[in-house]
Design a protein around this ligand. Structure first.
Ligand SMILES: Cc1ncc(COP(=O)(O)O)c(C=O)c1O
Length: 421
């Protein structure tokens, strides 16, 4: 029998963490309020160590990789591969070769669709997605289904925007070849039980792709413990540079997949008659990669590892619980997503009476509170809510209860502007 000892988690010191983020510490004009940044679900801010790592790469050892025999190129290559090791350890991949550097989650999912999917999905096959998917886990499958003629079915949602697990089990009896699901909803913050989803999908004979864009930055994700076949995530949402992202894939699956894009860096041998391909992960990294950006992602991963992902999620849950409490006092405000905080992440989506979400966001911006308004690349989910848009506040390691207070004050102001308070 395994015994679990629970260690109390030392809370994150978000105020101290803020000091590491230059953008949050800019000098203010005399009547300017400090920035409250509540749009990390779109793209997080970057700590000084990540900005410095990019700066250091471009100033000190900028060179192409895997080609040069000179020292600069060798240094760039070893730092790039070191970043792959860091990222692999972060999600507990069995080997760094299971981690492919891509630009973002979107590219990672398209890679799987255009390689594994193009080869394995045909007429008569079924792919299972969910109604809460981001467009980047819908459109690549729509594009391929149009060409290859397979069917797509969608797991429906409960009334508080969780996956309807009974319906999921029913759909599994149709023996889908792939279940592709988001770990955490960027639209309403639902955390899906991907361990159970993967176990049930595997038992039904399906592979499992998880969109980790909103989970890997915010909570511990262990691809081996969860038994995921593919995991896609974006570096820019987890304190890393823009243009950095990762596709994790089980080695035997990656090895059986044809290339995505063709060109330099992904070949073993090219003759005029044809090409043989490099081993993974190089097979999927055609052309010159974003070298400094991958190195910066490695530094971001070290930063998050130092904080501890169990502390990151505990911190976000605390700030979100406070936000849910305080938002309840705003007249006319409706919050979407699970009512139980245990099923939520750091995303809080809401509407304020009949005020258009863009107007709410604009008034908040006037108070220097940055939130997102729109469909969040979740049109089917937002449509299911009977809406065209929501306002979304998303929280991360540098957000504090003071940020929530500023958000609440700005929302009272929005209500006053529209004569609702
Ligand atoms: C759940 C989810 N999936 C995929 C994406 C796409 O990420 P990217 O734009 O980095 O490719 C996002 C971005 O918001 C997301 O939240």
């Amino acid at each position: 029998m395994t015994t679990h000892t629970t260690h109390p988690i030392t809370p994150l010191d978000a105020a101290a963490i803020r000091a590491d983020f230059p953008i949050l510490n800019q000098p203010l004009a005399p009547d300017q309020l400090p920035l409250v940044f509540l749009d990390s679900a779109a793209s997080s801010q970057k700590p000084a160590v990540v900005i410095d790592a990019l700066d250091d790469y471009y100033r000190r050892y900028n060179a192409n990789i895997h080609r040069g025999v000179y020292q600069l190129s060798e240094l760039a290559t070893s730092k790039y591969e070191e970043a792959r090791h860091l990222v692999a350890a972060f999600v507990n991949a069995a080997s760094p070769t299971e981690c492919v550097f891509v630009r973002n989650t979107t590219e990672a999912i398209n890679l799987v669709a255009q390689t594994w999917g193009r080869r394995n999905l045909d007429e008569g096959d079924l792919v299972l997605l969910t109604v809460m998917e981001h467009h980047s886990n819908l459109v690549p499958w729509h594009i391929l289904a149009e060409e290859n003629g397979f069917e797509i079915a969608y797991v429906p949602l409960t009334s508080d925007q969780r996956l309807d697990m009974e319906a999921f089990e029913q759909l599994l009896t149709r023996e889908p070849k792939l279940v592709a699901v988001t770990h955490v909803s960027n639209g309403v913050g639902t955390v899906n039980d991907v361990a159970t989803i993967a176990a049930k999908a595997h038992a039904a004979g399906a592979l499992v792709l998880v969109d980790g864009a909103q989970s890997v930055p915010h909570l511990p994700v262990d691809v081996q413990a969860l038994d995921l076949d593919f995991l896609a995530f974006s570096g820019h949402k987890m304190l890393g540079p823009m243009g950095s992202g990762v596709l994790y894939g089980k080695k035997r699956l990656l090895e059986a997949m044809p290339p995505f894009m063709g060109g330099g860096g992904m070949i073993r041998k090219v003759t005029l008659e044809g090409t043989t391909y490099a081993d993974v992960p190089a097979r999927f990294e055609a052309g010159t990669p974003a070298v400094g950006e991958a190195i910066g992602l490695g530094v971001a991963v070290e930063f998050l590892t130092r904080l501890g992902m169990d502390r990151v999620i505990a911190h976000e849950r605390e700030v979100v619980a406070y936000a849910l409490d305080r938002l309840a006092e705003i007249p006319g405000l409706t919050i979407y997503g699970p009512t139980d905080p245990a099923h939520r992440s750091g995303v809080v989506s809401f509407t304020l009476g009949d005020i258009h979400p863009h107007d709410v966001a604009a008034i908040l911006d006037g108070e220097n509170v940055a939130v997102r308004a729109g469909h969040h690349c979740n049109q089917p989910l937002v449509r299911e809510l009977g809406l065209v848009a929501t306002t979304r506040a998303s929280f991360y390691v540098y957000n504090t209860p003071d940020d929530v207070d500023r958000l609440v004050a700005a929302l009272h102001k929005a209500n006053k502007v529209f004569g609702l308070e």
